[in-house]
Structures are given as structure tokens and as C-alpha cells.
Design a protein around this ligand. Structure first.
Ligand code: OXD
Length: 313
């Protein structure tokens, strides 16, 4: 508990009243404010936010820390109004890892169980059973093995898929062949039937899935992108789909969101589009994680999800 002099300023695009109620219930000792209200001058405060308006931080005194109500902090870190001295703390799971595993599984099943091909056959009125590929003959690679990617990889591995994982720093996950470093990526892509991207967007991962790397996937490979649109070259993807090299793509994220009306992806027969919903922020678990972290921060204890700005996540 704090001494009652601490404020938390909330700035969220939707459901402001609900967030405010949940924070007030979880931390009755905090003075919860909703933007555009401002903390009293001289009063210490934190910010909890998702997609704050442009110039938001310029209009505030410096907060003790900013809690991102999402796992990805790429947009927050790219802003020019957030002073570099302010600690940023992101959500590390808060119910998102499981959602991401479900989304990834839906993409894996689409390609492994030929649901994409049966959709096309149904449209053509065609009754034609196709050979089944077993889970243990299906090579799935998960890019990103943090709190979310780790759950995606272990969930798929527990279902019998042949799972490899790739991360920047390297990690060990039982049942998953783990690789790290750019030098290992090309070889891994060449042995991937279904590629799942859940990497954070950083200087190192932006543009990672370029034409060259996508071409290294074997013929008939499928792609699931649930991370960020700026990591994938969509023109190259469409070329490789049209050339029959890649089998299909399930895309949840795009360089420009909402996906523009004139994007070729909307109507592409080998692409499925969802509106950035693979893993949404769940208010209940997120509030609990923010409040736990805020208390730890106040007590000078380690907080989960403290962002290293140089790494970008
Ligand atoms: C997130 C997202 O970063 O929803 O949490 O994209």
C-alpha cells in the first residue's frame, strides 16, 4: 500500500470507465485519474496507457514510470514526446500468451489439416479428400521465444508438432529445438513448413521477413504473422504466393492499420486477414499485473517487463 498520495493517470482509447473501475478496485490507495484530467502539480504519478494521442507526454509533468497496456512497446518507444529518462514497463503475458498460442494453432491447423485447400475446393464444389500430414511430420518454427513465444512453442510441441524456435538472445525450452542469432535463421527457414512470427518489433527485427528470407522457406510453406506488420515484406509475400512458392498466409498485423481498402491482401485467395486481434489486452489480468509491478517499483524491487530501450522491448 502507498501513503495515498500517489496518482495513476489512465489514457486508453476505449472502455475508459471499466479500466478506471478495475484499477480503483485493485488499488484503492491510488488516486486514479482519466485523461484529460491531470495530476495535481507536485504530486507523484504513474501513467498506464495504450496508444496515447500525439503530444500526450508533452502535456504532463514527468511520470515515475509508464505502464504499457500492451506487450509491444515499439510505438511508444518511437514517440518523440516520451523522455528517455522515464522507465517503460510492458505487459509480459497477462493472458496474451494463451491467446497467441490459440491463434498460432489456428494457423497451423489451417495448413496442416488442409483447411485452406478445402475452402478452395468447397468454393469449386469439389469433394476430394487430400493426404493427411501428421503433426509430428509438420515442422513449425516460432520466431520469438519470450513470454508469449515460449507459450506458443510449448503449446504446439505438446500437441505433437515438430517445433523449432528462434530468438535473438537464445533460450532453452524443453521439447523445442532452440536457435539464436541471424546466422542460424536462414537454415532454420529452409526446414520450416509453417512459420509463426511473434517477435517484438525492434531495429533488428523490422524488415526481417524480407524477400530473401521468405524465399528460403520450402515450397508450400505457410506463414502466420501475429507480431508486427513492419517485419514482413508484403509485396514479396504476394509475389511468392502468386508464383506458387508459398502456400498461404494468415496475417493479423500490417504496416498500416487498419489495412487500407486498396490493399491486395484483402481479396487474395491465399491470405486470411484478421484485424490485429491475435492476442488482445485483457483488462482484468492486465490491471493485476500493472498494480503488482507498481507496488514492486515503489518498493525498489525488480519489476516484470521493464523495457530495455536499447533492445527495444
Ligand atoms: C500488443 C498488441 O502489443 O496487441 O499487446 O499488439
Amino acid at each position: 500500500m502507498t501513503d495515498g498520495n500517489l496518482s495513476l493517470l489512465l489514457c486508453v482509447p476505449d472502455d475508459g470507465d471499466r479500466w478506471r473501475r478495475l484499477f480503483s478496485e485493485a488499488a484503492p490507495d491510488l488516486h486514479i485519474l482519466s485523461w484529460p484530467a491531470l495530476p495535481e502539480p507536485g504530486r507523484a504519478f504513474y501513467v498506464a496507457t495504450w496508444a496515447p494521442p500525439e503530444g500526450f507526454f508533452h502535456r504532463l509533468p514527468e511520470p515515475k514510470a509508464v505502464f504499457s497496456l500492451g506487450a509491444g512497446v515499439d510505438r511508444l518507444l518511437r514517440r518523440d514526446d516520451l523522455p528517455a529518462s522515464v522507465p517503460v514497463i510492458r505487459l509480459t503475458d497477462a493472458g496474451m500468451a494463451r491467446q497467441m498460442a490459440e491463434y498460432a494453432l489456428s494457423g497451423v491447423l489451417r495448413f496442416q489439416r488442409n483447411l485452406d485447400l478445402y475452402e478452395a475446393q468447397q468454393a469449386a464444389g469439389l469433394w476430394r479428400p487430400l493426404p493427411v500430414r501428421a503433426a509430428d511430420e509438420t515442422r513449425v518454427t516460432v520466431l520469438g521465444l519470450g513470454r508469449i513465444g515460449g507459450v506458443v512453442a510449448t503449446t504446439l510441441s505438446a500437441l505433437g508438432y515438430k517445433v523449432s524456435g528462434w530468438s535473438r538472445g537464445g533460450t532453452d525450452i524443453p521439447g523445442v529445438v532452440c536457435r539464436s542469432g541471424l546466422a542460424s535463421l536462414d537454415a532454420l527457414l529452409a526446414q520450416t513448413d509453417i512459420l509463426i512470427n511473434v517477435l517484438p518489433s525492434t531495429d533488428e527485427t523490422r524488415g526481417l521477413l524480407n524477400r530473401d528470407r521468405l524465399s528460403r522457406l520450402p515450397a508450400e510453406a505457410g506463414l502466420v504473422n501475429a507480431a508486427r506488420g513492419d517485419q514482413l515484406d508484403c509485396d514479396a509475400l504476394v509475389d511468392l504466393l502468386d508464383a506458387g512458392h508459398l502456400r498461404g498466409a494468415v496475417l493479423d498485423v500490417f504496416a498500416e492499420e487498419p489495412l487500407p481498402d486498396d490493399s491486395a491482401l484483402w481479396a487474395h485467395p491465399k491470405v486470411r486477414v484478421t484485424p490485429h486481434v491475435a492476442a488482445v489486452t485483457l483488462p482484468g489480468p492486465s490491471v493485476r499485473q500493472v498494480v503488482r509491478n507498481l507496488r514492486r517499483f515503489e518498493a525498489n524491487q525488480t519489476v516484470e517487463g521493464l523495457v530495455d530501450r536499447r533492445r527495444g522491448y
